[in-house]
Every structure is written in C-alpha cells, then in structure tokens.
Design a protein around this ligand. Structure first.
Ligand SMILES: C[S@@+](CC[C@H](N)C(=O)[O-])C[C@H]1O[C@@H](n2cnc3c(N)ncnc32)[C@H](O)[C@@H]1O
Length: 423
C-alpha cells in the first residue's frame, strides 16, 4: 500500500502554546436555560435569545473571526470538539455554544479558506481487539452498544460516526475474508478500519474533504503502527478512500461489491460539510432527501454482486412537529430498486442532540431512541428496477468526482477486485 504523507502545518497554523481566547468571553452574562436562555453580547450589550452566534457573525464579524481562529488553534491541538467548546465558557463555567458550532467553523475554514487541519493520532493503542465487555456477537435483531469501542486506532472525534461494534458485526455476519466491502458514506473511516483488520478489501467514498482527511490519517496510522508493532499482523488487503458521491460511485464496476456497509446522513439532522453542494445532509426537505436516497439505492443495486448484502443504518427525523419515517421509506425505496429485505435490526441510540445543553425540550414528544439497521440482499437473478430517474452514466462520467484522484491513501484500484461469482 502506498501512503501519501500528511500535510505539514505552518507555525502560524499550529498556533502558539498560549492560546489567546478573547478575555471578554469570561465576563459574558448568561441567564436562563434552554428555551429561556439569554446571553448578553460582550461588545454591544445586546441581550440575545438562546444563542450569541448569529449576532456575532452579523454584527461583530471581526471579533468572530478572531474567535474562530482561536477555535481552530485549539482544535488542532486536541481534535476534541467538546474541549474547544468548554474553553469558550464564561467564568461561571456556562458554555457559549455547542460543539456543533466548533465543528462547522473548523470545516468552513478547511473547505472555504483552505486552512490545513491537524488530525491528531491516538496517544496510545493498548489493544488491537475489542474486549469481551466491548463486543460480543449480537444474537437478536436488537443491537445495543452502550459504550463505543476504543480498540485499535478508533477515535470518536468524527462527529456523527458510528461505534466500531456496528461495522464489525455487519462485516462478520454478512461477508467473508477477502471480500470487497464498500462504504459510500465513509465519514471518519470506521468501516474501513474494521474491514482492514478483519481481512476484507475495502473502498470508502465521501463528499467531504474533512472526512477524507480524517479517514486518510486513520488508515495511515493503522498501517504505521501495525508495521512498528510486530505483534499485530495486519492482513494484506487493499483499502482505499476516494473523494466522490455515493449516488455515482465513479470507477466501481457493476456487480463487483460483496457487501455495502454504510451510514448516510439522516436528512439534515446533522450537517457534515459547510458548502459542498452534493452533501446529502444539506437537503433540507425530507421528501427531496428520500428521493436522493432512492438514487443511492439504485446505484448500490448496480455495484453489488447478485447475492450480495447492503447494510444501511438510518434514523427517523422529527421536524416541525412531524415524524419523517426515513427508516420505513428507505425499505420501500430500496425494494423498488429490486432489493430483498434480509434483516431489520433496531439499534438503540444512546446519545443525540436532546442530550445537549442548548436543546429546546418539547415535553410532548418522545425522544427517538432507536435507529434502523436495514439489511438488504440483491437477488441472485436481480436486475435494477428503475423507478426513479437514476444518475445516468453520462452524468456519472462528467461529474467532477469522476475525475478526482483517490484521496490520501492510494491502494490498488477497484479494477483489481474481479467481478465475483454469485454465492
Ligand atoms: C453519518 S456520516 C458517516 C459516519 C461514518 N459511519 C463514521 O463512522 O465515521 C455520513 C457521511 O456522509 C457523507 N456524505 C454526505 N453526502 C454524501 C454524498 N452525496 N456522497 C458521499 N458521502 C456523502 C458526509 O460527509 C458524512 O461524512
């Protein structure tokens, strides 16, 4: 495997050890809680409802730019969004904004200002395999992961990532050593890391530059550490991450993939990029989002080999007083493409936005505590049923992602994975 070196940061980008957080932040007055929260602007004394952030961006853009520079410097030191969030608190320890604000600003700087980001490696890898407490093969269709696994180089720093127990279980149940696994929404690379240690070939795609940097860095780290620590023999398979759109999957041959193991955005519940137009988490309208998921399903059906599995984790969305049933609709839309439903697994959700300090509580609504892990199978004699206008081959060819080079980690190209015979 050929690895590209990580980008080096300039001294300015790394920041000095004395991280200058504007001292006025410590004096900010905050009263109330959640819906009733009031924050007094330290520069003009305006009293803002709930959050100071829109006001800062609009009225004090120069000071906001300084705050966001400090955010980036802190982020580069720790990669810990919650740590950065906590630094921006007043002298009573009241937080100014959530870690999502930090996440958005870091991504904005990377995507629109081209500022380099330092991806931190895990300080110590104590074990390469999950402990019995962390991971036991699931035996039913309810999967509960109370504590995310932290074996190997896994870290939780990619916002919205899934616990490594989930891709591990999917890979163990629905694939075999030497198979080709595809994660078209690869995020921070959890699936690729698990595929690699479990001896599967793997390709990941993501539309976000930040995701590609994180995944590339994690793969390099795994490779380097495995080479150093002779105790751990990393299987000799091909693993790569590419910049591209899950609806297009440029360069992937039809019927070449054994297992799709993936975790798309749930509408715009959590936004992954700052301004990337093909980012599905920027599609606000739930119906339009499902139309895009149907295109994804159409392309998945094409690239999967007959008899191959597709496991997709998706949750519903509560918005404007309505429940948008993304789980059920994904089943319907994937069926229309020709997929068979193999398993419907309920995955319990232990953390979400409602556990954040700023969340506006709505006592009349039950908190969503589950997601759906939907496992589909392509029939042995399956042909895609085109119920939507899929992305055409011409669009696919002309799409910018079709011409972009593999990002960060270059392994063998997809053509090295021959079309497989159905099992
Ligand atoms: C839920 S996250 C995946 C997290 C991943 N399972 C992990 O453990 O890190 C969804 C990812 O989909 C990506 N994404 C959004 N739209 C996309 C598209 N059209 N094609 C490919 N990736 C996309 C986002 O950038 C984000 O990284």
């Amino acid at each position: 495997m050929k690895l590209l070196p990580q980008r080096r940061l300039t001294r300015k980008q790394r920041g000095s050890s004395a991280l200058l957080i504007d001292p006025v932040i410590k004096e900010i007055r905050i009263s109330g809680f959640r819906n009733t929260r009031k924050v007094t602007c330290p520069y003009c004394q305006s009293v803002l409802s709930v959050s100071l952030v829109p006001h800062m961006k609009k009225t004090h853009s120069k000071e906001w730019a300084q705050w966001t520079d400090a955010m980036l410097r802190l982020y580069n030191k720790t990669n810990d969004l919650k740590h950065v969030m906590r630094e921006f608190s007043n002298n009573k320890g009241q937080l100014l904004f959530t870690w999502a604000v930090v996440d958005n600003e870091v991504k904005r700087k990377l995507e629109t200002e081209g500022v380099a980001i330092q991806i931190r490696q895990k300080s110590g890898v104590t074990r390469w395999d999950p402990t019995a407490d962390e991971y036991e093969k699931f035996k039913t269709t309810i999967w509960d992961v109370p504590r995310r696994g932290s074996w190997g180089v896994h870290q939780s720093s990619y916002r919205g990532n899934w616990a490594p127990q989930i891709p591990r279980a999917i890979i163990e149940y629905y694939s075999q050593a030497g198979d080709l696994i595809l994660d078209p929404f690869v995020g921070g690379g959890t699936t690729l890391l698990e595929a690699w240690v479990l001896g599967r070939n793997a390709i990941g795609f993501d539309i976000s530059q930040f995701a590609l940097e994180v995944t590339g860095s994690r793969l390099r780290e795994l490779d380097l550490r495995a080479n150093k620590e002779s105790l751990f023999g990393l299987p000799n398979v091909s693993v790569e991450v590419r910049n591209g759109d899950a609806r297009i999957l440029a360069g992937i041959q039809d019927s070449s993939v054994d297992l799709i193991c993936t975790h798309p955005p749930y509408g715009n519940a959590l936004q992954y990029s700052h301004g990337e137009p093909n980012d599905l988490s920027r599609v606000r309208d739930p119906g339009a989002f499902m139309d895009e998921i149907e295109k994804v399903g159409n392309r998945f059906f094409e690239v999967l080999r007959p008899g191959g599995f597709c496991a997709i984790l998706i949750g519903d969305l509560r918005r404007d007083g309505r429940l948008h049933t993304f789980g059920f609709e994904t089943v319907e839309r994937f069926r229309r493409q020709g997929f068979l439903v193999e398993d419907i697994i309920i995955k319990t959700q232990n953390q979400d936005r409602s556990t954040e300090f700023w969340f506006k509580s709505d006592n009349l609504r039950l908190r969503l505590k589950h997601e759906y892990l939907l496992v589909f199978r392509k029939p042995l004699n399956g042909n895609a049923v085109r119920s939507v206008s899929p992305v055409t081959r011409l669009e696919r060819k002309n799409h910018p992602s079709a011409t972009k080079k593999t990002k960060s980690v270059e392994g063998q190209k997809a053509k090295s994975h021959p079309r497989r015979k159905p099992r």
